[in-house]
Design a protein. Structure first.
Length: 277
């Protein structure tokens, strides 16, 4: 699933940068999550030579066409002006249905003293529907010492729900689904992988901390706590908030200090409007 091609070889005549709803093809975030910190297992699970490298998840405004994804599509620049070396890029571990907007950049981008500050798309990288081209999109890099925040949230189409699905033994793309009696699903995408402090998967403590503001039409708005969380067990940066009431989800929020990234940096208080697909 990883690509190490150092030059962009995607040939296309697609130049559009806005979708039919006017939403721009852009980078929502880039997170300097690990400095020389990828584990030994990354050599087998991501790409050869990944162990001990930097890890930087980059989140796109739209899902991408993986066959147009190449290491040479990205340019990372450090505060000193040095250009980073990208070993490989991969959507893993965020590889479940609907998740192909997070790409992990593996390589050497700087250090705690000379941190990467910008990521730019310099090659033809297309959206999953092949209608948009991300070339020229850029983002300021979230610093190493910062904790993860919610960078994307959406109403999950019913065709992607996978209700009742059990988590698998796959390290990537094996997250579980919401319960069978779910009425609505909201996906939240964090800047990077998240767990409880210490590395355990989240449980009811974190579930009860999530809040979803929902419009009920003429009845006004209400605030819901998800009755379950899906997409657990696969080590990625996504949670599915399983709701037991129908309506129009508007906003999601989560309080500070309950989740950490792989460096054990705690999350800030975070909230975001929910996109309706």
């Amino acid at each position: 699933m990883a690509d190490s091609t150092q030059q962009d070889t995607t040939i296309t005549d697609v130049t559009a940068t806005r979708d039919a709803n006017g939403r721009k093809a852009t980078l929502l975030s880039a997170f300097f999550g690990l400095d020389n910190g990828l584990p030994r297992a990354a050599n087998r699970g991501i790409c050869r030579g990944a162990a001990g490298q930097d890890g930087m998840p980059v989140i796109f405004s739209h899902e991408i066409a993986v066959d147009t994804l190449q290491a040479g599509d990205f340019r990372v620049v450090a505060e000193s002006g040095a250009v980073g070396e990208i070993l490989c890029v991969t959507p893993a571990p965020a590889a479940d249905i609907g998740e192909l907007r997070t790409i992990l950049l593996v390589g050497e981008y700087g250090s705690a003293e000379d941190q990467p500050v910008s990521v730019e798309i310099v090659g033809n990288l297309l959206s999953k529907d092949r209608q948009l081209n991300f070339i020229g999109a850029s983002a300021t890099v979230i610093a190493l010492e910062e904790g993860p925040a919610i960078e994307w949230s959406e109403v999950v189409p019913e065709s992607q729900w996978e209700l009742g699905k059990a988590a698998t033994s796959l390290p990537f793309g094996g997250g579980d689904g919401c319960p069978l009696d779910t009425k609505q699903v909201v996906r939240v995408t964090w800047a990077g992988g998240i767990t409880k402090p210490g590395g355990d998967e989240i449980d009811d403590v974190e579930r009860q901390a999530y809040r979803v503001t929902m419009s009920l039409g003429d009845e006004g708005e209400t605030e819901l706590v998800p009755f379950a969380i899906g997409d657990l067990g696969d080590g990625d940066n996504n949670h599915e908030l399983c709701l037991d009431r129908a309506g129009l989800p508007l906003r999601v929020s989560f309080p500070a200090g309950l989740l950490t990234d792989p460096r054990e940096d705690l999350n800030p208080d975070t909230s975001l409007e929910i996109t309706e697909n």
